[in-house]
Design a protein around this ligand. Structure first.
Ligand code: SME
Length: 176
């Protein structure tokens, strides 16, 4: 989204998505995100708006945000939700597992995921999408839900598309 003129306040209202047509709603969300990121290449700014859009649009979500790879750790990036743990080692928790495996992990019940890291006790289900830039891991998108089995393969594909939009829009690298 281009910067508004100084005398024009920016106002954004998240469209309502009911996700009864999940693939369709994810396609509309991808379109909306494309517009939101258009023209901006700063990765932190774009990650902040991506987290805000996902948090506003997806029902039954209590945390949505990013961890970026710094050395051998994932470090907390822009997010919406309660304050969260700052550093996650590769291989630790759902985030670290998805990062090492470089694949999206859908966890229906976090209490049954060995090593799950609790940031918000309300979280029951989680999905983590690795962020890959030209094949290199740069971080993860992490979303939590208070509803067990909240995420499925349609969410996985839809969120992978949103994550790819963020990676491709943002040429500025987060310092590692
Ligand atoms: N539950 C995550 C930690 C991050 S918080 O959910 C925001 C994990 O196990 O990696």
């Amino acid at each position: 989204m281009a910067s508004p003129p100084r005398d024009q306040a920016m106002s954004y209202t998240a469209k309502q998505y009911d996700f009864r047509d999940k693939p369709g709603d994810y396609a509309r969300l991808a379109q909306e995100l494309t517009g939101l990121l258009g023209g901006e290449s700063d990765r932190i700014a774009n990650a902040a708006n991506t987290a805000a859009l996902i948090f506003a649009a997806l029902p039954d979500v209590n945390w949505a945000g990013f961890y970026f790879l710094r050395g051998t750790e994932l470090v907390l990036g822009p997010f919406q939700g309660k304050p969260a743990c700052v550093r996650i080692g590769l291989g630790q928790g759902v985030c670290g597992a998805a990062a090492v495996q470089r694949r999206t992990l859908v966890v229906p019940d976090v209490q049954r995921f060995p090593g799950h890291i609790t940031c918000d006790a309300a979280s029951r289900a989680e999905i983590v999408v690795p962020l890959l830039e030209a094949g290199a891991l740069i971080g993860v998108l992490d979303i939590d839900s208070p509803v067990a089995a909240r995420f499925d393969e349609v969410d996985a594909r839809g969120l992978e598309t949103l994550a790819a939009l963020l990676v491709n829009a943002s040429v500025a690298r987060v310092p590692r």
